[in-house]
Design a protein around this ligand. Structure first.
Ligand code: 13P
Length: 287
């Protein structure tokens, strides 16, 4: 059975390791992530943006797919299904339809509206045993068609949102969705430390986890980061493995055009990369 992410994140925060939160896009992606986590004995958060859920047929289709794969693959590690960057309406819908965790991203509202809306989602989610992530400040870059220039979160605002009872808090600390530019300044550890102290050491979320040097991720974990979001990196390794298969002409050899063969190298690349990231975040063996 899928679980809320609250318990796994709380344990990771106490044990100073990171829980991987992998975005999924389809059946192959989900199978590869589940299989990597089972092999590495890691708890995991599988997350979808609203756009990815729509692409897969809707929230209910995602809930059914992840639940069914969890059972039919005989998964034993804790798995939470989380909505990434949810709108107010999207978060409510996912709570109703069986997501076990939701993010309400009210970072683009003014702080009073963000607080009011976050409070409502937290109350609703917690009444159903669903964990909640909220956001303050902005994560730079583009995700799901929404672009933000990135904005360091204000520690006092973080405290107001955290005090509502959030299970894990996303805050802008210089992180960016997508590929990091060559002149990226790196994570702002000073701000991360100030926020972590302001919210009493509660678990924090590192968005834009793809491509951040592991030393920076490790330092962020020691300062309170507990959930590490990865989307772009799995997309890149999937695309690269698929391109290599096609450029080598393998789709034209025998029945190499069979989708099960065509998508296999990409699926294997996702699994391999997911295991490397799990080991880097230290969640291996923690299930
Ligand atoms: P990346 O795509 O940069 O890994 O970011 C993922 C993320 O933060 C999802 O919200």
């Amino acid at each position: 059975m899928l679980v809320s992410a609250a318990e796994m994140v709380k344990k990771a925060n106490e044990g100073h390791y990171g829980i991987p939160a992998f975005n999924t896009n389809n059946l192959e992606w989900t199978k590869s992530i589940l299989s990597a986590c089972e092999e590495a004995k890691s708890p995991v958060i599988i997350q979808t943006s609203e756009g990815a859920a729509k692409y897969m047929g809707g929230y209910k289709a995602v809930v059914d797919m992840v639940n069914d794969l969890y059972d039919s693959m005989g998964i034993t590690v804790p798995v939470a299904l989380h909505l990434d960057h949810g709108t107010f309406e999207g978060a409510k819908k996912c709570i109703e339809l069986g997501y076990t965790s939701v993010m309400f991203d009210g970072s683009h509202y003014d702080i009073d509206e963000n607080i009011a809306k976050s409070k409502e989602i937290i109350e609703l989610a917690h009444s159903k045993g669903v964990s909640v992530e909220c956001e303050v400040g902005g994560i730079g870059g583009t995700e799901d068609g929404v672009t933000s220039s990135g904005e360091l979160a204000d520690p006092a605002e973080c405290k107001s949102i955290s005090d509502l009872g959030v299970d894990f808090l996303a805050a802008g600390i210089g992180n960016i969705h997508g590929v990091y530019p060559a002149d990226w300044a790196g994570l702002n550890f000073e701000r991360l430390d100030e926020i972590s102290k302001a919210i009493g050491g509660k678990p924090m979320v590192l968005h834009g986890g793809s491509g951040i040097p592991f030393e920076q991720v490790h330092k962020a974990i020691t300062l309170g980061v507990t959930k590490v979001n990865i989307n772009t990196e799995l997309q890149i390794v999937f695309a690269k493995a698929t391109r290599e298969y096609i450029l080598a002409g393998k789709d034209e050899q025998g029945k190499g055009y069979d989708p099960r063969k065509l998508l296999a190298p990409g699926a294997e690349a996702i699994k391999k990369t997911a295991i490397e990231l799990i080991n880097a975040f230290g969640s291996n063996g923690k299930a």
